[in-house]
Write a protein that binds this ligand. Structure first.
Ligand SMILES: [Zn+2]
Ligand SMILES: [Zn+2]
Length: 382
């Protein structure tokens, strides 16, 4: 019996592998190393080999026309297959598992839809509408003075009416009152985590639509002198979005507190609710900080980028703005020590994020800007 050790070069065939054996020898005429590969077809009863494995094969009686070898041992696995064999999660296994349990999962999903279809419909419709409204608002904000007030008023009216209409419809269908959610009243009962989630996202969607209608109305009403009209407006929009974010954070709190308190046991519900409220208070506290920052920027008592420069600082660099080439108006000193007019630099930072003089990256003071007029599309769940 002959024994050969080689590397598997093909495992495509059923129960057969192709084992390559490379031999090195010196060339007969020239002093150089030559390699030559011979291939053996061997029988692999369990299709156990992968390409790259080092295997030992033994000669045997002819198994088929081309096969006269038999796999006896896999000496070394190719690294990637070793990992698979060692129990790492295989995507294929997950896919098979999903396929097998698909009917059950589908059934669960249908039950979920049947129980929560109303809340999910409210959430879906409002999110869809909000997307369309965001598009219009962004467009109108970009148009600046040439904005179309009729369109803005239409949005404000339609979306303003949508909220009470939805609340009335929900009451008519499921006799569930939604309006107490808006004054942060605790719901009567929230039996499951799914109820709480669906209630939270539906209420949150209503709040966002309300905010959007309010923004459209403010945009339509807001009039300012042409030179800084849109500048003021963008800081106003940022302020309103932060205010809305804070309200939305508080909006979902009573729902989850109610859910935690509903859980069985003596100690866990109270401690869980306590932890949740502590976490929420921290979040709202930070958000209130943001609101104050946005208010300061909107009321012009603080610049969004850098800080207002003193007259001495302005005199030092010469009273001429590098952007507008005119005398400085409300000069602002950036962190890189360059000074520009406030309105010039705000306009600049709508497109760029670096100083126009030295290209240093300038970041606004922790305040995220929502100056495009859009409202967040992602729901607040917790
Ligand atoms: Zn300027
Ligand atoms: Zn600079």
């Amino acid at each position: 019996m002959r024994t050969v050790v080689g590397k598997v070069v093909s495992n495509k065939m059923q129960k057969s592998i192709l084992v390559g054996v490379t031999r090195y020898f010196m060339h007969k005429k020239y002093p150089k190393r030559v390699n030559k590969q011979r291939k053996f077809m061997a029988h692999d009863e369990e299709n156990a080999c992968n390409i790259g494995d080092i295997v030992r094969i033994d000669s045997s009686r002819p198994i088929s026309k081309l096969k006269a070898w038999r796999l006896t041992e896999i000496l070394r696995r190719e690294p990637q297959h070793r990992l698979e064999a060692s129990g790492a999660i295989d995507l294929q296994v997950i896919a098979v598992w999903l396929e097998k349990s698909f009917p059950c999962l589908a059934l669960l999903f249908i039950i979920f839809l049947r129980e929560h279809w109303l809340g999910l419909t409210v959430f879906g419709c409002l999110t869809f509408n909000l997307r369309a409204a965001n598009h219009v608002l962004r467009e109108q904000v970009k148009l600046k003075e040439r904005r179309d007030n009729t369109r803005l008023w239409t949005i404000a009216m339609c979306y303003g009416i949508q909220v009470p209409a939805m609340i009335t419809t929900v009451r008519a269908i499921s006799s569930q009152e939604l309006w107490p959610r808006f004054i942060l009243w605790m719901p009567a009962s929230v039996p499951t985590v799914w109820h709480a989630t669906v209630l939270a996202i539906a209420t949150d969607a209503l709040a966002r639509v309300m905010g959007c209608a309010f923004k459209a109305a403010v945009l339509a009403v807001h009039r300012a002198t042409p030179d800084d009209a849109f500048r003021r407006r963008s800081s106003l929009l940022t302020f309103m979005e932060h205010l809305l974010l804070c309200y939305r954070m508080m909006l979902t709190t009573p729902i989850w507190v109610r859910y935690f308190l509903y859980m069985p046991g003596h100690l866990t519900p109270v401690s869980l609710a306590g932890m949740y409220v502590a976490f929420k208070v921290h979040m709202v506290y930070r958000q209130i900080g943001m609101i104050f920052a946005a208010a300061k920027v909107a009321s012009r008592s603080e610049a969004l980028f850098g800080k207002y420069a003193s007259s001495d600082e302005v005199m030092e660099v010469g009273n001429s703005c590098a952007i507008c080439q005119e005398s400085m108006e409300q000069p602002v000193k950036l962190s890189c020590n360059h000074i520009f007019c406030n309105s010039c630099i705000l306009e600049w930072f709508e497109r760029e994020c670096t100083c126009p003089m030295c290209r240093a990256v300038i970041k606004p003071k922790g305040l995220t800007s929502h100056s495009d007029g859009s409202t967040a599309l992602l729901p607040q769940i917790f």
